[in-house]
Design a protein around this ligand. Structure first.
Ligand SMILES: [Fe+2]
Length: 279
C-alpha cells in the first residue's frame, strides 16, 4: 500500500524518505528538525496567512544581508539560539573564562599592534586602559596568546557599520602576549548600543515588546597554541542593560568594574585576567 501523506504521520513520512547513503549526523539532525518543526506547526495550528508571513520574513532577512550585515546572526542572537549553542559547546571547568556570543561585527585580519597601543583611531570617546594577563587553569602565564579585540565607537557603531565615516579597523586590534602573559592596550570605554533594528529582527523585537539594546562591552577572542579558543566580552559594570541584554549574552563573571584612573580623570581602567582551558 502506498504511504500517502497524512496529518497524523507527517513527520514520519518526510523522514522516511532519507536515503541510505546520508551521513548519520545529517540524518539525525534532519530527523529531529522535521519532528520538532511538524510538532510546532501542529501545536500552533499554523494558518496559511502565518505561513506566508514566515516565508516573507525569511526572504526579507536574506535580502537585507550583505558583507557587513548578517540578519540571521541577529535572529539567532535575539532568540537565544546563539547563547544556547555557545553553552552546549563550551561547558567549562570552574575557573576558566566564560564565553559569550561572537556577534556579527568581528572582522578577520585586524592589524597586530604593540602592547600598550591604542585601538581607537577616530579619537572619539573616553580613553580606557585594558590590562591583565592570560593564564592557564593553574595560574601560569600563557605566552604567545593572541588577543583579538573589537568594540563600538563613542556613537555606538562598529567601523563596518559606518564605512567612510570611521577609519577601517577603528577600535580593533590584535595583541600577542610575551612570557609574562600580560596584555595592555588603550581603547575607549564602550557604550551601550542597539543591535541593527531597521530590518526583520527589529520588527520581531518590536512586535514582542522587546528593546534592541545591548549593555556596553568590549569583545575579546583569545587564542593560544594548545588551548581552547575563548570568545567573550567584558561588560561595563553598572550598565542599565545588563539585566535585559537583547541577545542574552551577559554572565556575572564577565561584568567588569571600569574605574577612573584618578578622580578627575577621563581615563578609565578595566582589568581582567583570561583563564584558558588546555585543549
Ligand atoms: Fe558588540
Amino acid at each position: 500500500m502506498i504511504d500517502y501523506f497524512t496529518e497524523d504521520r507527517s513527520a514520519e513520512q518526510v523522514n522516511g524518505r532519507i536515503g541510505p547513503a546520508t551521513s548519520p549526523r545529517l540524518a539525525h539532525v534532519m530527523t529531529s528538525l522535521v519532528n520538532h518543526l511538524h510538532a510546532f506547526i501542529k501545536d500552533v495550528e499554523l494558518t496559511e496567512e502565518e505561513w506566508a508571513a514566515a516565508i516573507s520574513f525569511l526572504t526579507r532577512s536574506g535580502q537585507i544581508c550583505s558583507d557587513t550585515r548578517q540578519e540571521f546572526i541577529l535572529l539567532s542572537d535575539i532568540l537565544g539560539v546563539s547563547m544556547l549553542v555557545d553553552a552546549i559547546n563550551h561547558r567549562q571547568p570552574e575557573g576558566a573564562t566564560e564565553t559569550t556570543v561572537f556577534g556579527p561585527f568581528h572582522v578577520d585580519g585586524a592589524p597586530e599592534r604593540q602592547m600598550g597601543d591604542s585601538i581607537s583611531l577616530d579619537g572619539k570617546g573616553e580613553t580606557c586602559l585594558f590590562e591583565g594577563r592570560v593564564l592557564d587553569l593553574d595560574g601560569n602565564p600563557v605566552e604567545g596568546a593572541l588577543i583579538d579585540v573589537w568594540s563600538d565607537n563613542e556613537d555606538g557603531f562598529y567601523d563596518v557599520q559606518q564605512p567612510g565615516v570611521q577609519p577601517p579597523f577603528n577600535n580593533r586590534g590584535i595583541f600577542r602576549t610575551g612570557a609574562d602573559g600580560r596584555y595592555a592596550f588603550r581603547g575607549i570605554r564602550p557604550v551601550s548600543y542597539p543591535i541593527p533594528h531597521d530590518g526583520p529582527a527589529g520588527q520581531l523585537l518590536d512586535a514582542l515588546g522587546r528593546h534592541p539594546w545591548r549593555p556596553a562591552h568590549m569583545h575579546f577572542m583569545v587564542t593560544a597554541p594548545g588551548y581552547r579558543r575563548v570568545i567573550t566580552h567584558l561588560f561595563v559594570s553598572g550598565d542599565p542593560y545588563l539585566e535585559s541584554d537583547a541577545v542574552f549574552g551577559v554572565k556575572a563573571s564577565l561584568i567588569t568594574p571600569f574605574e577612573r584612573v584618578d578622580r578627575d580623570s577621563e581615563t578609565w581602567r578595566a582589568a581582567y585576567d583570561f583563564v584558558l582551558q588546555a585543549e
